[in-house]
Design a protein around this ligand. Sequence first.
Ligand SMILES: Nc1ncnc2c1ncn2[C@@H]1O[C@H](COP(=O)(O)OP(=O)(O)OP(=O)(O)O)[C@@H](O)[C@H]1O
Length: 262
Amino acid sequence: METPDSQSPLLSVRGICKRYGERVALQDASFDLWPGEVLAVVGESGSGKSTLLNAIAARSAPDAGSVQFCGRDGALQDVFGMTEAQQRLLARTDWGFVHQNAADGLRMEVSAGANVGERLMGLGERHYGRLRATAMEWLQRVEIDPARIDDAPRTFSGGMRQRLQIARNLVTQPRLVFMDEPTSGLDVSVQARLLDMLRQLTRQMQLAAIIVTHDLAVARLLAHRMVVMQRGRVVESGLTDQVLDDPQHPYTQLLVSSVLQP
Ligand SMILES: Nc1ncnc2c1ncn2[C@@H]1O[C@H](COP(=O)(O)OP(=O)(O)OP(=O)(O)O)[C@@H](O)[C@H]1O
């Protein structure tokens, strides 16, 4: 897979540190993300992947570090320097966040259509017919029967819920989506279908994404580049195929070889 060309990073992450009491969860994590690029963050359980994602997405404040986001006007925005209201606006317009557990990212008791339409309403769309038509269109795009538009997601299967969560996030045409283990916990065949869909959507929409996964196969399939984390540090980063085919750091070598063993 080729990395998309662009002049300046969409997101620059520098020196992120986070402690929980005495425990250091993140130490000096830095990387750039380019427009339209999919970046996988991999590492074993407890290596700090989710902490990093939540810090970058301004969902929990780090102890140190900075995140700069390049807005649609080309101006760099200092994410941690924003007010909470500005961060919330960014989170529901140019950014999306797909949770591992779809119930954390959906409103389980309201209809699928309302779940998809909510972010559009947040941007000022009030026309019922247009909201419903867009919700229908997005249900189709994520392969949910539009006849289910008035059903609540609690009546959906795990795979459908996850696809609905994706539609809810993508309806505002964000430029960056954060995903925390978006396919884990699903059956293998459901996972494969979801991965295929994510791959198509990220390409069609030229969407940049940061995907936390412990599954190197997910990284291989979706990501242009990857960063490998061990005990809160980024120990290796590079093009996905290069890192997986020729890992340089002993920890990455161990991760790759443990997957290859029968
Ligand atoms: N709220 C919290 N309070 C205290 N310690 C935490 C908290 N959240 C995470 N940690 C600790 O921070 C470290 C990094 O956790 P994190 O959840 O980021 O890892 P991870 O790589 O995402 O793991 P997993 O793949 O299991 O989700 C771990 O040692 C974890 O125990």
